[in-house]
Design a binder for this molecule. Structure first.
Ligand SMILES: CC(C)(COP(=O)(O)OP(=O)(O)OC[C@H]1O[C@@H](n2cnc3c(N)ncnc32)[C@H](O)[C@@H]1OP(=O)(O)O)[C@@H](O)C(=O)NCCC(=O)NCCS
Length: 180
């Protein structure tokens, strides 16, 4: 297995934006994605990321299977720093569900925003009328993002998460000619 290393991080533990590339996952990304999943398979990530488990099978499916759904990988140079996805087209939905993970060591540095904006531009260019995000009331980063970017709250249902009361929230952004 290919190990992730972080030696290229600079002293502030941030990365220059010009080295960030985002592209569709490919079969040759499998080792890096599986390593990324293992490193990010932590409660603070998986508590809010629940579309699928961060397993070897999920990494294989993302990198190797033909599909309409889109799985994008964000790299700083050669280092995989995030996964972003538009899902639902394979199941026949018009509006894809969006999900993302940024490496837990790199949160709150602006990478999530760059990766989200890339995916929304992709969804628009693929003819989607909008995007949908399902999250929890306690996912402050995602709820903040959705409010800031004009998402409409479609539903808010009480659920239990890790033995505690929470809410499942579904947000939707309808693209207009002017929206990003
Ligand atoms: C959600 C996630 C992708 C955000 O990535 P990120 O790189 O930290 O995001 P950014 O640095 O671009 O921050 C985006 C905004 O959220 C805010 N934010 C980030 N983390 C926050 C937190 N814990 N609480 C409140 N606001 C937060 C930032 O301040 C920023 O606000 P701004 O645009 O007004 O400046 C990241 O926390 C993550 O991977 N979480 C685990 C998986 C997950 O929850 N996925 C989403 C559900 S599928």
């Amino acid at each position: 297995m290919l190990a992730q290393t972080w030696t290229s991080l600079n002293e502030e533990n941030t990365m220059p934006r010009e080295t960030l590339t985002i592209r569709l996952a490919e079969p040759s990304d499998y080792d890096k994605l599986w390593a990324f999943f293992q490193e990010n398979n932590r409660a603070d990530v998986t508590a809010h990321f629940q579309p699928f488990p961060l397993t070897e099978e999920s990494a294989r499916f993302i990198c190797h299977e033909e599909k309409k759904d889109r799985y994008y990988l964000a790299f700083d140079g050669e280092q995989l720093i995030g996964l972003s996805m538009l899902r639902g087209w394979d199941e026949g939905y018009d509006i894809p569900a969006y999900g993302l993970i940024i490496d837990y060591r790199l949160h709150t540095k602006g990478f999530g925003t760059v990766v989200v904006n890339h995916a929304f531009a992709e969804a628009r260019s693929l003819g989607s009328p909008g995007v949908r995000i399902t999250t929890h009331a306690t996912n402050d980063a995602v709820n903040h993002f959705c409010r800031k970017h004009g998402f409409e709250m479609l539903s808010k249902e009480p659920i239990e998460l890790d033995g505690k009361p929470n809410h499942k929230i579904v947000w939707q952004l309808n693209f207009t000619p002017d929206s990003a």
